[in-house]
Design a protein around this ligand. Structure first.
Ligand code: FMN
Length: 172
């Protein structure tokens, strides 16, 4: 018996497409997860931010086992990362930090987060600095939990939203 996903009145087998199409209906924001290594800043686009715990303050992210940036962040002496929640005007950063083979930080304005120096991108809606707490296996991803050490919010700025593989507001 195959496993089934339920969609608008239809049951379809659970394959990669039906999984992504279905989970893509859960709209999220978009972040850039960053860290500072001895060779400079690293970061990658990350949608899987979860507000995990208030006391103690914990966040979680899911990181692909294929990620190149994450192992570098994990190896830093501070074992810290910064989650940059992108604002509506930052769809270009979403694309840039998902691309391979480019200098992602070239021309990007950032300042160091207070505890670890991990990059805070200029103009984000909020940033959350965290120290790695635990890492759990999660299929083709790892579930990383981080203890929040510092954060800053700009609720006056509009969010960038990711829904059905599309960014909103759409780029003009
Ligand atoms: C909107 C969006 C959301 C993404 N979310 C995640 C995520 O939650 N976890 C992840 O590991 N990769 C995510 N990615 C993919 C990575 O950003 C992409 O594979 C990137 O090239 C990884 O860079 P790295 O190899 O330097 O770590 C996302 C990409 C996009 C465009």
């Amino acid at each position: 018996m195959p496993e089934y996903a339920q969609t608008v009145g239809r049951q379809i087998p659970v394959d990669a497409k039906s999984f992504q199409d279905t989970l893509g209906l859960f709209c999220t924001g978009v972040t850039v997860v960053s860290g500072i290594t001895q060779h400079g800043p690293v970061g990658f686009t990350c949608q899987s931010l979860v507000s995990l715990s208030v006391d103690p303050p914990l966040v979680s992210i899911s990181v692909s086992r294929n990620s190149r940036s994450w192992p570098e962040i994990e190896r830093t002496p501070s074992r810290a990362f910064c989650v940059n929640i992108l604002s509506a005007s930052q769809s270009d950063l979403c694309a840039r930090f998902a691309r391979q083979g480019i200098a992602r930080f070239s021309g990007v304005r950032w300042f160091p987060a207070p505890e670890s120096g991990a990059p805070v991108l200029q103009g984000v809606q909020a940033w959350i600095e965290a120290e790695i707490a635990d890492i759990y296996p999660g299929g083709d991803h790892s579930i990383v939990t981080g203890r929040v050490t510092c954060l800053e919010a700009h609720p006056d700025r509009e969010p960038l939203i990711y829904y059905r593989s599309t960014l909103f507001p759409a780029k003009k």
